[in-house]
Design a protein around this ligand. Sequence first.
Ligand code: AMP
Length: 199
Amino acid sequence: MTATRLLIVGPQGSGKGTQGVRIAATFGVLAVSTGDVFRAAVAAGTPLGEQVKAIIEAGDLVSDELTSAVVRDRLSQPDAAEGFLLDGYPRNVAQVMHLDEFLDGRDESIDAVIELDVPRDESISRLSLRAAEQGRTDDTEEVIANRLAIYERETAPILDVYRTRGVVDRIDGIGTLDEITDRIIAALEARGLVRAAAV
Ligand code: AMP
């Protein structure tokens, strides 16, 4: 069986976390969210958590070296053998290089990059709603604006890199959760990627 390696990219509030988990389950691969890894480390008070707490609360980016080391470590574990879906990484072009180097060393590559397309106004209103519901410390108005600006400046350019490789599927991120999941599955199947057998 061949492994499936996916990325999901979109602005904060695009629903990429939720869709990422669904798509990973559909294709039988491990979902890795770097934001979740960092938040769990902060909550558990580990040395990694201590290192990244203030950065996350300001909505800034953790260093590329540290983030890439965390991802390499996670993808080297046995439960990533069937493939993976990365949510929130790579976040800039330097991280794309780090990921390329890691995958090249294993003779692997990314099969598809799911770009979730959601207009800025919609992202902001979804994030404000989530802030009210979940009380995330990085969902205040000021921090939201910072995170979206970083997305536009640093993350959106990674899509151009992957576009030149012909692996990007741009998906309309407006609709119900199920509609969006179905769109993503259809795009990935059109690439010849195969769903995991139903359990
Ligand atoms: P997220 O849930 O993906 O929005 O991530 C929450 C926070 O974790 C971000 O605002 C960053 O501080 C940090 N973070 C997550 N992924 C990365 C990454 N690939 N590079 C740097 N920082 C990251």
